[in-house]
Design a protein around this ligand. Sequence first.
Ligand code: MG
Length: 256
Amino acid sequence: MIIRKIPEEIERMAAAGAIHARTMRLVEGRIREGVTTKELDEVAERYIRSQGGVPSFKGYKGFPGSICASPNSMVVHGIPGPYRLQRGDIISIDIGVTLDGWVADGARTFPVGTVDPVAAKLLDVTEASLFEGVAQAKVGNRVGDISHAVQQRVEEEGLSVVRSLVGHGVGREMHEDPQVPNYGPAGRGPLLEEGMVLAIEPMVLVGRQAVRMGDDGWAIFSQDGSLAAHFEFTVAVTAEGPRILNPWHEVQAAVA
Ligand code: MG
């Protein structure tokens, strides 16, 4: 069942999204060689709570962190901990913010200092594929139009889309219907209607698309050890077109 949101509800999600976007910029500013992923988690949690929000991931199905921090070949769901970022790493940061019961979900992969050209391309293409997907999130399109746009952008660059992890509806719950795959034919799947809110989140690998679970039962890695990137926005389908509710690319860095 797809839960559509009225404009007032979308505004409340946008308020969660504004905190989300500022948190992402704050974390971005802390990313450097030698920082642990636990330190990034603490910075994010402190800021989210200072704004009256709650880190959505904390305690979700028992997840211990406030954010997910997934370096290099880890795709998603990394538990923040003692890992220290190294120059040349890429680090995927996934953040959920709940404000007054409404969730904003989003992710971004950052370079740690200068990264090699393969990694830089992976980040550029994954981010570009997210924007291609967002552009399709309009009334009258179908979910498959988003999926196809993401897949096309990724595969024309010789990279792979993860199949076993998908985007989703978002609202009062972090995961609502419909599923939003990052692959598949255009023109298929649920019709996009005004008031739907979707977490669009391409997960892209340099190598083959298969993934495996890590020993902690959370982290998901590329099967072949190749680098992984993850970019995600919470996007409302509105009469005026797609609206990104957590526009981390547009906001100024938060001051903690
Ligand atoms: Mg998500």
